[in-house]
Design a protein around this ligand. Structure first.
Ligand code: ATP
Ligand code: MG
Length: 419
């Protein structure tokens, strides 16, 4: 079963809006065993929208989702084009009109004709009522295919898709049984990981199980998917293989099914009743942000000092000024003292410290851009490690924070000696 996405809006084609709708929809479709044949972005232009519609009709695509171009302004013409294409007229939908009126009253705002016109909808479509906004979803359906127009605003689109459209799709099509499991790894590059688990990968029944490696900075996701007719059977097979994988490289696996490192760390800290603090130079608080982005973080996160300047490193964390002079701020000696200093000051079980050259400037021959020292102080001592990341500031900050969390995870799990 195939589906296609057409996103509408000039703003996407000039790079002002990133098309997150398609990625989200693609995931949702994949999860129910519907493959996307194409994602296409077109301008707010009659010809462009029409030719996209003709294309899906010509190729008999069973499900097509359009998003965007349903606003009250002149440049949003999707509704008009749909009427022409399906040879129907706009009629006032009283239910939608009443809801828009209530929406405006509640906000105490005056209603314009253009707002009222949002309730004008093609006579031949099934209206998908949008409780979160003024643009309705429109479903055009015959025996062969569905063409659905949804608003562009992501949270309105998602709500309509999950609550209104999905039940209709599940009812109309015989969907295959599908099961995915994703194993999350960190601290090892894709090619090294592939090498390490080669024997396991070779043992997979490739007819029935598909494997995908999805790398991102610091993290590689290994996704197993199986299709079949019986859910319990394929789930059993995939789970068994996933367990084998985890047992093969236990130190790199931090969880499954798209859990983030910070979430997995939060679970570990809470389980062991440990607290953590951070002293951050090159990560500028990003590490603290990751740790506090998990709900319930007050149970383990004590606080942070963003000791960007040398003066703060000395005055707030007790770093030896002579060490800074001798070795520089980006050095093992300094980062060890930062971690030890914040741990003592904030009375936490663990403490992480970062100091590095994030770039793009400030590199030198012996400390090029991307050089980062990270230290972890724990109940049994302190440990520091040097990393050489990349040239991009953004990626260096992200990778530094992930590497720091990685050290912490290993230490709590007893995989790092002396901390
Ligand atoms: P509205 O009634 O709010 O105008 P609409 O259906 O007309 O909704 P658009 O005007 O096309 O939608 O887009 C509204 C906003 O939704 C855009 O400014 C943009 O921020 C967001 N948006 C549109 N299309 C996408 C997309 N494909 N991915 C992510 N965001 C999008
Ligand atoms: Mg628009």
């Amino acid at each position: 079963l195939e589906a296609e996405i057409i996103t509408i809006g000039d703003e996407i084609l000039i790079g002002q809006t990133i098309d997150t709708n398609s990625a989200w929809l693609a995931k949702k479709f994949n999860a129910i065993g519907i493959a996307l044949s194409q994602i296409r972005s077109v301008k707010d232009e009659e010809e462009a929208i029409k030719s996209a519609l003709e294309s899906v009709d010509r190729r008999n695509i069973p499900i097509t989702i359009l998003t965007g171009g349903l606003g009250p302004t002149k440049d949003d013409i999707t509704k008009k084009v749909l009427c022409q294409y399906f040879d129907t007229d706009l009629v006032m939908n009283q239910e939608v009109l009443a809801r828009i009126e209530i929406l405006f009253k509640a906000k105490g705002r005056e209603m314009l004709d253009s707002n009222r016109n949002q309730a004008l909808l093609p006579a031949s479509c099934e209206v998908l009522h949008n409780e979160l906004g003024t643009a309705s979803g429109m479903l055009f359906q015959n025996e062969k295919r569905m063409i659905v127009s949804l608003p562009g605003v992501p949270y309105e689109m998602k709500n309509l898709f999950v609550n209104k459209l999905l039940p209709i799709v599940k009812n109309a099509f015989q969907l295959p049984v599908i099961y995915h499991k994703t194993i999350m790894t960190e601290g090892i590059g894709e090619s090294f990981l592939v090498e390490k688990i080669k024997v396991w990968e070779d043992s997979l029944d490739r007819e029935n199980i598909k494997i995908a490696y999805l790398p991102s900075p610091g993290i590689v996701r290994v996704r197993l998917s199986a299709f079949g007719s019986d859910f319990d059977t394929i789930k059993f097979i995939v789970d068994k293989k996933a367990t084998e994988l985890c047992e093969m490289v236990p130190s790199y696996v931090f969880g499954e099914d798209d859990i983030s490192i910070e979430e997995s760390i939060a679970q570990l800290l809470i389980k062991k009743n440990f607290t953590i603090s951070t002293a951050e130079s090159c990560t500028g608080g990003y590490l603290a942000h990751l740790l506090t982005s998990v709900a319930g973080s007050s149970a383990y996160f004590e606080g942070s000092i963003i000791s960007y300047s040398n003066a703060l490193k000395v005055n707030q964390l007790g770093v030896d000024a002579t060490k800074i002079n001798q070795f520089g701020a980006v050095s093992e000696a300094v980062v060890l003292q930062m971690a030890g200093g914040i741990r003592k000051k904030f009375h936490t079980d663990y403490a992480l410290a970062t100091s590095g050259v994030a770039g793009p400037d400030g590199g030198s021959e012996d400390k090029p851009v991307g050089t980062v020292w990270i230290a972890l102080a724990g109940p049994n001592g302190v440990y520091a490690r040097k990393y050489l990341f990349e040239k991009s500031r953004e990626r260096n900050i992200r990778r530094s924070a992930l590497a720091a969390l990685s050290l912490l995870r290993r230490s709590i799990r007893g995989q790092l000696d002396h901390v």
